[in-house]
Write a protein that binds this ligand. Sequence first.
Ligand code: 5AD
Ligand code: SF4
Length: 480
Amino acid sequence: MKKYTNIISSPNMKLAAVRDLKKNPEYEYNSVVIPEDFKNYGVNKKYFIRTYGCQGNLRDSEVIAGILRELGYTQTDSVDNADIIILNTCCVRENAEKKVFGEIGTLKSLKQKNPGLLIGVCGCMVQQEHIVDTLLSKYQQVDLIFGTHNIHQLPSLIKDAVLANERVCSVLSNQGDIQEDLPSCRESTYKAWVNIMYGCNKFCTYCIVPYTRGKERSRKSVDILNEIKQLKEMGYKEVTLLGQNVNAYGKDINDLSFAQLMEQVALIGIDRIRFTTSHPWDFSDELIDVIAKYPNIMKHIQLPVQSGDDEILRLMGRRYDSKQYLELVNKIREKIPNVSLTTDIIVGFPNETEEAFNNTLKLCEEVKYDSAFTFIYSPRVGTPAAKMKDNVSMETKKLRFNKLTATIAKYELLKYKTYENKIVKVLVDGPSKKNDEILSGYTEDNKLVNFKGDISKVGSIVNVKITKAKTYTLEGEEVE
Ligand code: 5AD
Ligand code: SF4
C-alpha cells in the first residue's frame, strides 16, 4: 500500500455552489499532455472501466478509455487481468454510492495479490468532500481520485501514482471549463453520444448534480457541428445530444439556441437524432416546431416531471406547476401527434402527503407516459432538501413506488399494444441479452424491440413487423 497521499486539489461543495453568470467558460483544445518520459507506459498493460449512472458518465468513460489507449493500454473485460481499474461513479441516489463502495471493497483482495494494480475512482461521487475523506481514510486500495473537471489530467496523475508511488487526489470544484478534442474511444461504431453542454444551474432542491458537474456551460456550436459531421462521415447512424438540461444550450455564450442547434444538426443529415434531458422550464415553441419539422429528429421527448403536486414541485424548486406542465404536454402533442413522452418521477419527497402522491398518480393518468424512470427520494448531503425532514417512512415510500410503477406499466402496455401488427424501423444493436438468436434494437421513438432477423444487419436500420407487445419490450420479425 502506498504511504503518501498527494492532494493536488480536493472537493469543496460550498465553492461548487457558486455561479458567476457573467463569466464565460474557457475553451481548451488538445489539453491532454502525455509526459515525455511516460509515453508508452501502458503498452502490454490492460485497462478496465466500470461506469455507473447517466449517459454523461458513459461519454466520460469513452474519453477515459481514449486517454488510456494513447498511453498504450488495451481494454479487458475482466478486473482479474487488469493493470488499471477505473470506477466512474454516480451519486444521484444513495444506492448508487453503496454499490461503488461495495465494489471497491471487493477489489481489495485483487490489490493484495497484485500490488502493481492501480485503482482509480472518478465521476460525481468524488466531487463530494465526505466521500473523498472516506476513500482516503478507509480505502487504502484506491490509488487515484480524480473529479469530473480533471479527466484530461489522467496521464500525469497516473505518472505520479506510479513513479512517485503516491496516492493522488485531484478534484476541482470550480465552475468548470470546456476541454475540446480529448481523445476518445467510442463504445459503438454506429451510435454516438455528443455532449453539447455541461453542468446545471437549476439547483432543484433534491439534486446533487449542480454541485458535482458545475456551472451550465455550452460547447461552441461550431465544435459540436464539426463533431457530428465527422461522425456522419464515419458512418454513424445515430447521435444523442447530451446535457443535464439541453434546453439551456447556448444561453451562457450567446451562441445558437437549442432549437437552432437542433435544426443545424438535422441538416447534416445523420439518420437519427436524439437528445436528453429537457427541463420543462426552458422548452421553447421554436424547439417543438423544429422537432416536428425534421424526420431525422426522433419523436421521443424525455420530459422529467418529478411530481404532479404543486406544493411538492415548489419544494423541489422545479419552477413550474402541474398546470403549466400539462399545458406544455398538450402543446407538444398538438404539434407532434405521434410523440413518445417519457419522464422521471421521485416519490417520498419530504412532506409528500397521500393527497400529494395521488396528484402524481392523477397526472400520470392524464399524460399516459410511454414509460418512466421512477425513484424513491434519497437525501443528498449538501442539497437544500437534505435539510428538510425526510418525514415519509420507507414503508410508505415503497408502497407509493409500487403503486406508481403499476400505473406507469398499465399505460405503457396499452401504448405498446398499439404497435402490434405495425411495421417499425429499428436500429439493430446485436443479439438480445437473453437469447443469442434474437436481435435487439430501438425504434425511432426509443422502444426496445427483440426480433428474429439477420445478424449481419447490426448497425443498420431495418423494418420489423411487431408481433407481440409486452410491458417493457416489443417482439417481432424482420421484414423487407
Ligand atoms: N433522490 C431520488 N431521485 C433523484 N433524482 C435526482 N436526485 C434524486 C434524489 N436525491 C432523480 C430525478 C432525476 C433523475 C436523473 O434522478 O428524477 O431526473
Ligand atoms: Fe438536477 Fe434539476 Fe439540474 Fe436536472 S435540472 S440535473 S434534476 S438540478
